[in-house]
Design a protein around this ligand. Structure first.
Ligand code: FAD
Ligand code: UDP
Length: 401
């Protein structure tokens, strides 16, 4: 079924116009041009076209839809995530209801093991982690809480990503699970990063070994790309893939622009580059049914150059005799994947944001354009809110209905 879906998708992911066949004269006029076919761009396109009746052109410089959530069937027939593991989780019923118009769901609760020495232990740290790591027999939440309290090193003001962890679990567990991973992932010490980064990973005193605690956790039943194909399948939406906005801007006149790429790039980096962290993904197929017991194994040690290994069949439920996995190697250069949360970057973003607010006919949405370390559901929520503001005509960025 997955392969059939992918073949069908091939029709959706062809550019409708290639750069060599662009019209010499300006092309058709659109109400809205949308830069980026990821969650931010696709939600805006869907709402503007279906609810707002607007004629929309979606432009993405990649040759495919779905942005970083893009999944595709690889040479071995396994559905993989080209840009690393994407697990959907949210506490918002509204966001689930909205996306459920375009997909069914496969219930999936994410579990991650951390490779520490010759052991694999649950992360987030929970009671099982402590018992395994220290050969203990902590029986209750209170036992685990007391153990952690005996190690925690209170910090007056919790400001950095080091403070958050050290104040909860102490120096040793911090070093075992967080310091090396974070230094690899971000190219800097946790003490240089906002507390929000490592605060994404909780500490537990019970034995709950799920990575997320959200009320809704699932994977799109036929994959993300298929869900995006349905969102974008509307007579008012056209797609221009494999084309950079800078090349499409003048060729396709439009009244309004929705920009979901990096905000500093939009403004020609005039205040300097906003730092985004990148990754190199090494995709492999192994001639065995399974490589690891869970979808993701984290490698917190700095002796290992990658941060985590993902085995996709755990996520998708696909059955196959081979298995495909992805190693993530953090990188300074490459596609922008993560805004880097720290004060000085936020200050630089604010300068770009001031320019963005002054742009009458442009709406900035998404993880790169609003420089926020957002999960998929948060980007969907942000885009739905942006559409509501636009269509309600609030503020100066109203577009006529
Ligand atoms: P993107 O998906 O980045 O889309 C932006 C698009 O704009 C891109 O396709 C880009 O090619 C295009 N673009 C940019 N500039 C231009 C230009 N000048 N011209 C044309 N096109 C342009 N979230 C979760 O909820 N769960 C997870 O498990 C999870 N795992 C993740 C793992 C990794 C490795 C990464 C990097 C992210 C993960 N996320 C996860 C976050 C998730 O990917 C984002 O929240 C979401 O994809 C952001 O959508 P977006 O539309 O804002 O940006
Ligand atoms: N982190 C860590 N060790 C881990 C898992 C996470 O140090 O085993 C830190 C690291 O800084 C990471 C951050 O917590 O970047 C957020 O982790 P998450 O799994 O949410 O990262 P993402 O999936 O967004 O890459």
């Amino acid at each position: 079924d997955l392969i059939a879906a992918a073949i069908e998708l091939a029709d959706h992911v062809q550019p409708i116009v290639s750069p060599t066949t662009w019209p010499a004269a300006p092309g058709p006029h659109y109400d809205v041009m949308i830069v980026g076919a990821g969650f931010a761009g696709a939600v805006m396109a869907e709402r503007l076209a279906r609810d707002g009746g607007k004629k929309v052109l979606v432009v993405d410089r990649r040759p495919h839809i779905a942005g970083n959530a893009f999944d595709v069937v690889d040479a071995a027939g396994i559905l993989i995530h080209q840009y690393g593991p994407h697990i959907f989780h949210t506490n918002s019923r509204d966001i689930v209801d909205y996306l459920s118009r375009f997909t069914e769901w496969r219930p999936y609760e994410h579990r991650v093991l951390a490779s520490v020495g010759d052991m694999l232990v649950p992360i987030p740290i929970n009671r099982t982690t402590l018992n395994l790591l220290y050969g203990l027999d902590l029986q209750t939440d209170a036992d685990a809480a007391a153990f952690l309290a005996s190690r925690a090193e209170p910090v007056d003001v919790v400001r950095t990503s080091a403070d958050v962890v050290i104040s909860a679990v102490g120096q040793e567990l911090y070093e075992t699970f967080f310091r090396g991973y974070t230094r690899k992932q971000w190219g800097m010490d946790p003490s240089e990063l906002d507390k929000a980064v490592t605060a994404r990973v909780p500490t537990r005193t019970n034995c709950d070994d799920r990575y997320f605690a959200d009320s809704f956790q699932a994977m799109p039943a036929e994959g993300y790309t298929q869900m995006f194909a349905r969102m974008l399948d509307h007579p008012n939406i056209e797609l221009l893939l494999g084309v950079d906005y800078r090349d499409a801007r003048l060729a396709y006149p439009h009244d309004h622009l929705v920009f979901t790429g990096p905000i500093d790039e939009y403004f020609g980096h005039r205040f300097g580059k906003l730092p985004y962290r990148s990754l190199r993904f090494e995709h492999q197929t192994h001639d065995r049914e399974w490589l690891q017991d869970v979808a993701v194994v984290n490698y917190p040690s700095e002796d290992v150059p990658y941060t985590r290994v993902t085995e996709y069949k755990h996520l998708t439920g696909q059955q196959a005799s081979k298995t495909s996995v992805t190693f993530e190697y953090p990188a300074a250069d490459g596609d922008p994947y993560y805004p880097i949360p720290r004060d000085e970057n936020q200050a630089l973003f604010k300068r770009y944001e001031a320019l963005a607010i002054a742009q009458q006919d442009v709406t900035f949405v998404g993880r790169l354009a609003t420089y926020r370390y957002y999960n998929m559901d948060q980007v969907v929520g942000q885009a739905l809110a942006a559409y509501k503001r636009l269509s309600a005509g609030q503020g100066e960025k109203a577009i006529a209905r």
